[in-house]
Write a protein that binds this ligand. Structure first.
Ligand code: AIR
Length: 204
C-alpha cells in the first residue's frame, strides 16, 4: 500500500532531480477525492484533444512534447500532501495547476494557489455549492477559477497560459475553437433545415 509519506517523499525527490523541462508535465491536475473524477475528466478530455499526453511515471515521460499528470490530494484529509504538492510544483517542472474540489469546504484550489504562488492555479468548483470557497480569496492571494463543473474550460485556460511561451499551442487552441464553431454551424443548419421535429428525431 502506498503511504502518504511515500507520495510526499517522491514529490520532494522529483523536485530535487532538476529534470529538463521538456521531460516533466506542464500541467498538474489535482482533485480532492476520486469522487471528483467524473467532473474533472473534462480537463482530461480537453488536454487530450489538444495533444497532451498523460505522464504516469515522472521518470519515464511519454513521447508527446506536452504532458499532464493527475493526483488525488485532499486539503482536509491530507494537508501535508497538499502542502508538498504546492511547494514542489514549480521545481517539478509544472507551469500551471488545475485544482478541483467539491462540497462546501472546497479548499484544495485556494490553498494550493497560496502555497504554489506565483505558479498559477485554476480552480474548479466541483459543485455549485463549492464556488464561494474556491473563489473567495483575500487581496494579494489570487486564484483563477472557472464555473462549477467546467473543468474543460480550466484546461483551455491552462493551455492559453502555456501558449504565451509555446507558439504551436496557439495553433492547437485556434483549431479547437474552429471545431467548436463548426459544431454550432452544423447543429444550426440541421435545426433550421430539418425543423424542430425533424432535428429532434434525426437519429431515428
Ligand atoms: N474534499 C475532499 N477533501 C477535502 C474536501 N473538501 C471534497 C472532495 C469531494 C468531496 O469533498 O473534493 O468533492 C467529497 O469527497 P468524498 O471523498 O467524501 O466523496
Amino acid at each position: 500500500m502506498t503511504g502518504i509519506d511515500d507520495l510526499i517523499d517522491d514529490l520532494h525527490a522529483q523536485a530535487a532531480a532538476d529534470r529538463d523541462s521538456e521531460t516533466t508535465p506542464e500541467v498538474g491536475i489535482i482533485m480532492g477525492s476520486d469522487s471528483d473524477l467524473d467532473t474533472m475528466a473534462g480537463a482530461y478530455d480537453a488536454l487530450q484533444e489538444l495533444g497532451f499526453a498523460e505522464q504516469t511515471n515522472y521518470d519515464d515521460p511519454p513521447e508527446a512534447r506536452f504532458t499532464f499528470e493527475s493526483y488525488v490530494v485532499s486539503a482536509h484529509r491530507t494537508p501535508d500532501l497538499m502542502y508538498a504538492y504546492g511547494e514542489t510544483a514549480a521545481d517539478r517542472g509544472l507551469d500551471v495547476i488545475i485544482a478541483g474540489a467539491g462540497g462546501k469546504s472546497a479548499d484544495l484550489p485556494n490553498m494550493t494557489a497560496s502555497i504554489a504562488y506565483p505558479l498559477p492555479v485554476i480552480g474548479v468548483p466541483v459543485q455549485e455549492k463549492s464556488v464561494d470557497s474556491v473563489i473567495g480569496m483575500p487581496t494579494g492571494a489570487p486564484i483563477v477559477a472557472v464555473d462549477a463543473g467546467k473543468s474543460y474550460n480550466a484546461a483551455l485556460s491552462a493551455v492559453q497560459i502555456l501558449a504565451r511561451e509555446h507558439a504551436d499551442l496557439i495553433e492547437r487552441l485556434e483549431t479547437e475553437h474552429d471545431d467548436l464553431r463548426s459544431g454550432v454551424a452544423e447543429v444550426s443548419r440541421g435545426l433550421h433545415d430539418r425543423g424542430i421535429d425533424g432535428f429532434r428525431n434525426r437519429h431515428e
